[in-house]
Design a binder for this molecule. Structure first.
Ligand code: LMR
Length: 330
């Protein structure tokens, strides 16, 4: 009788423990710095909703927007320490880990979204991803918020000389962005995204560069009356996790996360185009901003002033990546 009881007890325990591990809830904290109604904010939430649906609630992606959990300069360390499981920082901010990411900061490096995505699928993307993997990070997807535009509170920015003496906030960790403004005769000031509105509103700095969805959703346009549509740099994001967490996940969960991210990434790219168009319309209809559309001639002048950066950063970014840009432009 005892044997039967023990055997029954054991087998029940085995079944129970399998069920526990199969049903154990997985929480993924996804931290980012922008507003919820931006391409990144919306895609992160869509990802969370789809993952919940597709795993029957087993995997919960908790999205923390607006730097509420971690801000620039904290989120990468938080990911490496396992305090969050997913982040999607702008490429410039990855330069501290792997300086080659500054290839995205070189002015007019990519003509359009397609050129960006082609590059990420080429050896350029592979090399940049390898740089993250060497830091125990797992790059999962490449999102974007579109091209950056220039805003400021002093005067229209039409010719390179118009930058003379102005101060501009730049994203953290990128030497190329600092040098970009110096080449134009302006003074760069490194700063995090979370307090950028206050910095602009108080006129502690004169201007900044950002995508239309960030300029609109964070109200920069209300305190920056001059906007130049220059499309001079692409704001890409790497959706990533850390390798320890990733390898701890059951394979079926990893597969769902991967396929869902792939689908959300396509959606994110389409949304970014549409959202930026809508944001520009709303900025114009606010009547608070004088918008200047850079002409081809003006662009040639900016390019002339900024082109020396390609040589200046050839060693840091790497001959191969700079050559890729130059060859793909022909
Ligand atoms: C910025 O700091 O201006 C941007 O990186 C914010 C973002 O993530 O779009």
């Amino acid at each position: 009788v005892w044997l039967v009881v023990i055997a029954a007890g054991c087998s029940r325990r085995v079944v129970d423990s399998e069920q526990v591990s199969r049903e154990e809830k997985i929480v993924i904290k996804f931290s980012h710095v922008v507003a919820e109604n931006t391409p990144k904010g919306l895609a992160a939430q869509r990802f969370a909703n789809l993952v919940k649906e597709r795993t029957g609630g087993r995997v919960e992606v908790q999205v923390f927007p607006n730097s509420v959990l971690y801000k620039d300069g904290e989120e990468i360390q938080a990911l490496q320490a396992g305090a969050v499981q997913m982040i999607a920082p702008a490429t410039s901010k990855l330069s501290l880990l792997y300086p080659q990411w500054q290839v995205f900061d070189l002015p007019y490096a990519f003509a359009d979204e397609e050129a960006v995505h082609r590059a990420m699928e080429s050896y350029l993307g592979k090399k940049l991803y390898d740089g993250l993997k060497a830091n125990n990070l797992v790059p999962l997807s490449f999102w974007g918020s579109g091209f950056k535009q220039m805003t400021n509170s002093v005067r229209p920015l039409i010719k390179p000389e118009d930058f003379q003496g102005l101060t501009f906030r730049v994203m953290i960790n990128s030497q190329v962005l600092k040098r970009q403004f110096e080449k134009l005769g302006a003074h760069p000031v490194e700063g995090t995204f979370d307090n950028l509105y206050r910095v602009l509103e108080s006129r502690a700095v004169d201007g900044e560069e950002n995508t239309l969805s960030n300029i609109f959703s964070k109200n920069f346009y209300k305190v920056q009356p001059y906007l130049t549509i220059s499309n001079h740099g692409y704001m890409g994001y790497v959706v990533m996790t850390n390798s320890e967490f990733w390898s701890s996940l059951p394979e079926d969960v990893r597969n769902i996360l991967e396929s869902t991210l792939q689908e959300v990434t396509e959606w994110e790219h389409e949304q970014a185009l549409q959202i930026n168009r809508d944001c520009l319309k709303q900025i114009i209809s606010s009547g608070m901003v004088q918008v200047h559309y850079q002409t081809e001639d003006e662009k040639r002048e900016w390019v002339r002033a900024l082109r020396p950066l390609y040589e200046e950063f050839r060693e840091i970014i790497g001959e191969d990546l700079i050559d890729y840009l130059e060859e793909s432009r022909q």
